[in-house]
Ligand binder design. Sequence first.
Ligand code: NAD
Ligand code: WQD
Length: 337
Amino acid sequence: MNILLTGGTGYIGSHTAVVLANAGHSVVLLDNFCNSNRSVSERINQITNQMIPCIEGDVRDTGLLVKTLTEFKIEAVIHFAGLKAVGESGQEPLKYYDNNVAGSISLLEAMKQVNVKTIVFSSSATVYGEPQYLPYDEEHPLNPINTYGRTKLQVEEILQDLAKSDPQWRITLLRYFNPVGAHESGLIGEDPNGIPNNLMPYIMQVASGKLPHLNIFGNDYDTRDGTGERDYIHVMDLAEGHLAALSFLQNHQGCETFNLGTGKPVSVIELLSAYEQACGQKLPTKLAPRREGDLPIYYAKPNKAKEYLGWMVTRGVADVSTSSYRWQQMRDGLAAS
Ligand code: NAD
Ligand code: WQD
């Protein structure tokens, strides 16, 4: 199949590109490089031993999308392109609604114009908000507690309405939990700009010596060891989930939602220990106050994805840590050269 990946040089897009290309699909990447760069596409080519087209462009440019969909005879789109910093989304809501919501409308408009009606959308567990019960299943009430989460929910609702308006649409909404880890080659991985907000990239920068210590945001939660618990999913498992979603859509019209998570909560201390094991050193930490807006614990019920997509995770925190460490060493080597 010919598949367009918006945001294809980003963290999850780049790993998905590798999985799809290795499965025999023809992949085209489109990215405006606001949170990535072109060298990622060269490294995807190196891993896959293919020359994957990479177009510089913005999803809000409907004309460019029409041209790209037509030129490459695209049959399905995976829509990763979006902004994802929770804190920034509260400070600059218009930027987030414009990029994430208006950007999605522009893409859907272009797809409709050229009659490409198969799409996989990158949604987030953030759409659930305060847990009414755990694990979250797909029926859990939706009540995002930040602007970023509301942009994701709005796009989900647009896609639901689109599917109702025209039965030809084939849509999956994939709600990712906490993606971590890197491709086993160490050639691609998460590469955030500036000081990371998220736990795993922060740990990696402490291990690199770029940051002095890890702040542990609270150790008095009602969890197994008092620190926050999350559902950390290896990015390669997540990438394989997209392959499974695309094959599901071959035989299903309408709009279907799936959690992509492991179903197993892991604490801050447990993830840190796994990384210390992989890098062979103890990392400095400091206890810090709870971070505003953090939930004590959340994790997925991934049963629906297993039943309908035949997908489940095969990697754990040890794989997450060894692959992340390999990526950290490769990136530190690049920075030093
Ligand atoms: P990322 O920032 O690494 O990748 C997103 C890519 O989209 C970047 O390469 C960026 O340059 C590009 N982009 C952004 N706006 C664009 C635009 N208007 N036009 C073209 N390209 C644009 O993020 P990621 O972690 O790979 O996330 C991919 C998607 O998954 C996002 O939609 C994100 O909201 C969603 N998601 C991520 C997580 C996570 O924790 N990483 C969790 C749940 C959902
Ligand atoms: C995980 C745990 C922190 C950093 C965010 C977004 C969510 C989704 C994934 C996109 C928490 C603790 C963290 C640190 C720490 N993204 N922590 N010290 O907050 O679960 O989810 O990323 O859709 O929308 O909100 O992930 O990695 O920031 O935090 O102690 O320096 O690590 O308190 O318990 P989070 P995270």
